[in-house]
Design a protein around this ligand. Sequence first.
Ligand code: SAM
Length: 280
Amino acid sequence: MELWYTEEHSPDVRFSIRVDKHLYSEKSSFQRIDIMKSNEFGVFLTLDSLMMVTEKDEFIYHDMIVHVPMAVNPNIKKVLVIGGGDGGTVRELTKYNSVQEIDLVEIDEMVVSACRKYLPQTACKLSEDRVNIFYEDGLKFVRKKEGYYDLIIVDSTDPFGPGEGLFTKEFYGNCYKALNDWGILVNQHESPYYKVYAESLKLANERIKQFFPITKLYQAHIPTYPSGHWLFGFASKKFDPIDGLDEGRWNNLRIKTKYYNTELHKGSFALPNYVKELLS
Ligand code: SAM
């Protein structure tokens, strides 16, 4: 009997992966957590049946959400990661000796423990000394901080369920406050292709623009996300993500990446016309 994981990308479009083994399935107080093993994408995590992370393509998302801001500000020491319970974002951050403190605020402890067990590829650096894990709502956590972080990365689920609060005006305003004067906010910014995701993208962009003087979007192709065309938000108090890029300095760090490089960094901010129109 064949087992398939299917995600609805739109009312008329479904995406399926053949599953070899269903490794884990639990319901936390926040969401349904499943971990499956597949031939094509390796082990993958879904939350409320939505695709989160696969062994095979996670490098794309985690490279782009971390190395773009890290290549713009060479002095990033204190980082807040909201969401990110699979650990991939933290893993990439630990490649920088300059980073002294990584606060990971993940609302669901069960996600972290499941990923530590079944997705060591992404969770492998969660026990590093520099990493502090807080099992809290990121929306509430960020209210308590002022002028503290150099970088905030919002590696959240989509804007419903527990993730809904991480796309609100209040949250973005509190992120602005929690950042110091040269702070950068990067977030998982949904997709321009299917209607429901495009609406979330537009709304998030409008809200972020109310607080940050510099706001740009950049993109990557992520095979297992709806349409594959995925965007990230780059919001900053001081740094322009392209003018501020010092390619030589970043390349001299000799950080090993499977997807990110500084040419791609610049190119990823060149958006298609239909996306520009959506945002205008
Ligand atoms: N890369 C994935 C994506 O783009 O959809 C997200 C990865 S990570 C698994 C998303 C995490 O955000 C989940 O573990 C979820 O529990 C967490 N999360 C959702 N809402 C949250 C909140 N309000 N505060 C903190 N973490 C939250």
